[in-house]
Design a protein around this ligand. Structure first.
Ligand code: NAD
Ligand code: ZN
Length: 353
């Protein structure tokens, strides 16, 4: 679990006080990985407490993190720093936070990031790393994984060294998020809850967090009486609770299929989950009904026909990626999942999207 967290509007201002005691020396810099949407936004960047050799590296969230990108970034940091950095601070959405977690791990572990995709393969503790979300929903701020696309698979580095040492939850930072993106990333949280609560891996720990996050999502996406600030605060906490819920269970059908779409077509996580979840009544009847209600209320139009012109080989690639995620299917459908989720069944589902 994340060992330290602060929450509150304006709490970003505490960053300097929080990291100062973690500085190892004047030549061991803090590296700030910042979503490049803030590159021209000095209101945020001017508040980043740079000292000594500290550096900001802007990261594009146009594409989701790749293992090769992590390796290149680690190389750049090592080559340009006089000493191993004091810490990595990720400021952005799931993309940048995952990048920060992966870089912090790869600075102390030999080889390439792709070697660590899987469960508990990381040998050495990561360097100090801090997560500061600027959009809410993925739960990446709290999870023990960093999802990466590698040469062979889209899979996380899941380990006890992955979670942040410190998280700063400042809902004010989510102010400029475009509406569609707010919905897609918010629905990632809602879908985490549904998949966790309806899964066979469910336990009292996951259930307690999942129920709270579901309740918060229900309120903030369907209640008309919340102010913008209340909505931002609640979504940030929903994301946290949703992440905690899956930390001790698993996600399910929507995530497995969305990984397939992401791998083949580059469809991003939030929107990919929405595109898939819209067709999963059979598995999550109540969740999908509520999702459609939310989608209608916020007038969200999802892309259609993504898979219309795919070749057999492309379908096979997507199906292979989705089916490789055994724990997700077992959580969703039970130990006998292979009898239920056949290749043909998956192809039929993808064909609707
Ligand atoms: P994102 O980080 O890709 O950001 C989406 C868009 O919002 C980007 O264009 C970004 O520039 C913009 N943005 C972010 N903050 C903004 C702000 N304050 N104002 C204006 N624009 C802003 O989106 P995401 O949905 O947060 O993250 C998706 C990623 O998270 C995927 O790579 C997915 O694999 C990963 N993920 C990780 C976990 C985990 O547990 N590690 C869980 C779920 C998803
Ligand atoms: Zn997700």
């Amino acid at each position: 679990m994340v060992s330290r967290v602060v929450f509150g509007r304006g709490s970003f201002s505490q960053l300097e006080d929080i990291i100062a005691p973690k500085r190892l020396s004047s030549i061991a810099p803090f590296i700030f990985l910042v979503d490049d949407v803030f590159e021209k936004n000095t209101a945020l960047t001017s508040r980043i407490p740079l000292g000594y050799d500290d550096k900001i590296i802007f990261i594009s969230a146009e594409e989701e993190p790749k293992t090769s990108q992590v390796d290149a970034l680690v190389e750049e940091i090592i080559v340009t720093s006089k000493q191993r950095p004091s810490g990595i601070i990720g400021i952005g959405g799931g993309t940048v936070m995952d990048m920060a977690k992966a870089v912090a791990i790869m600075i102390t572990n030999d080889g390439e990031a792709k070697d660590y995709q899987g469960w508990d393969l990381v040998k050495n503790p990561a360097i100090y790393h801090v997560g500061i979300p600027t959009i809410s929903g993925t739960g990446a701020e709290v999870s023990r994984t960093t999802v990466l696309t590698g040469p062979e698979k889209k899979l996380g580095i899941n380990s006890d060294y992955t979670p942040f040492d410190q998280v700063i939850l400042d809902p004010e930072l989510t102010k400029g998020v475009p509406k569609d993106q707010w919905f897609y990333t918010g629905m990632d949280c809602f879908i985490h809850c549904v998949e966790s609560l309806k899964g066979t891996y469910l336990n009292a720990f996951s259930e307690s967090y999942g129920e709270k996050a579901y309740e918060l999502c229900y309120e903030l996406f369907l209640d008309n009486n919340l102010s913008e600030e209340e909505g931002q605060d609640k979504l940030m906490m929903a994301s946290w609770h949703g992440g905690m819920s899956i930390a001790y269970s698993q996600v399910g059908v929507a995530h497995a299929m969305s990984y397939g779409l992401g791998y083949l077509l580059g469809t991003k996580h939030g929107i990919g989950n929405c595109i898939v979840f819209d067709h999963l009544e059979e598995f999550y009847p109540e969740g999908v009904r509520v999702f459609k209600e939310m989608k209608a209320k916020h007038e969200i139009q999802l892309p259609q026909g993504l898979c219309t012109h795919l070749s057999d080989t492309e379908f096979d690639t997507m199906i292979d990626v989705a089916l490789s995620l055994g724990p997700l299917w077992e959580n969703a459908l039970g130990k006998e999942w292979k009898k239920i989720m056949t290749r043909q069944k998956l192809r039929d589902l993808y064909s609707k999207m």
